[in-house]
Ligand binder design. Structure first.
Ligand code: MLT
Ligand code: MN
Ligand code: ZN
Length: 309
């Protein structure tokens, strides 16, 4: 078995975003049932329903934990069922929630060496006492067992693999063509229960579905995939930003080179968008874009939804 809880489906900023007055954020703020508020992207994964691993620690983590019974303390004055956090990149929306996890509980942070470097270079993360909070470098293309704080094997293993992406915004080097990005800045994860073979993929930040990535995902039972934008220029057209999706390191849902087209013949059983930006009309339950992705077999999860494998 694997249980997956969606803690948040929205991209950086969430829905609504604190300073955004776009139609979608406004509708979410007004409580429109077709524009449900959504936290920043993260999931929780467990092989036994007792011990949980977060995939990324979003800035909304405190709210996400409080809203999720499975993640509440059980037994003892201080306790958390969260055994670890696997980081797929160093973006603010993936790491800021680590600061919520202070107060001296043991857990392990797994991340690519590039991301662990970000934590090392930003001394505020030293609030997570290394005596309690270990940091383990995620190898690529190599299975790593996720461990419980008492040293027991959780039964889950993860294979991280580089996907097309970009260095975090706050580390961009404007003088370089790729902004100083390097393999490891964006990771996909293949997560598997070693005891029974249940498995799924998490690729919530990805600039392109390369032939290699397509082959890796072919026939998968479940894939969480980058749903940042509906169309590459939607933020520019809406007057929200000067940046295209490609410039931000994110593929779009629609179009010939979009994710919906790229997955069409891959035979992925459940295709779930995650990290959906508040500019993306597919967030609206009553939009033509939502109908169109659902016709193509995709899902937009609401926060709190559960997937069982
Ligand atoms: C992204 O997904 O591109 C980043 O989260 C953007 C940001 O850091 O605001
Ligand atoms: Mn993001
Ligand atoms: Zn907005």
């Amino acid at each position: 078995m694997i249980r997956v809880l969606v803690l948040g489906a929205a991209a950086g900023g969430g829905l609504p975003q604190w300073n955004c007055n776009c139609e979608i954020c406004r509708r979410a703020r007004e409580g429109d049932p077709a524009a449900l508020a959504s936290d920043q992207a993260s999931i929780a994964v467990s092989a036994d329903g007792e011990h949980w691993f977060l995939i990324n620690a979003s800035p909304d983590l405190r709210h996400q934990i409080n809203a999720t019974r499975e993640l509440h303390p059980r037994g003892g004055l201080r306790h958390s069922p969260i055994a670890g956090v696997v980081l797929t990149n160093g973006d603010v929306d993936a790491i800021a929630g680590l600061l919520t996890m202070r107060e001296r509980s043991p857990f392990t942070i797994y991340g690519h060496e590039r991301v662990l470097n970000v934590l090392r270079e930003n001394s505020i993360f030293n609030v997570l006492d290394p005596a309690l909070v270990g940091r383990v470098a995620l190898p690529v293309e190599e299975a790593l067992s996720l461990m419980l704080p008492d040293g027991e094997d959780s039964g889950l293993e993860v294979v991280a693999f580089p996907v097309p992406g970009k260095v975090p915004l706050y580390l961009e080097d404007g003088a370089r063509k790729d902004y100083g990005s390097s393999a490891g800045d964006a990771l996909g994860l293949h997560i598997r229960n070693r005891r029974n073979g249940a498995h799924f993929f998490y690729v919530a930040a990805c600039a392109e579905v390369t032939p290699d990535l397509a082959e890796r995902l072919r026939g998968a039972p479940l894939v969480f995939f980058d749903g940042t934008l509906w169309s590459d220029d939607e933020m520019i057209r809406a007057g929200l930003s000067q940046k295209s999706g490609k410039r931000m390191g994110h593929i779009s849902m629609s179009g010939d080179s979009g994710s919906i087209a790229a997955f069409r013949d891959l035979g992925v059983h459940r295709k779930v968008f995650l990290h959906i930006n508040n500019s993306n009309p597919a967030l609206l339950a009553d939009s033509t874009e939502r109908r169109s992705l659902e016709r193509a077999g995709w899902e937009v999860p609401s926060d709190g939804s559960e997937f069982k494998l």
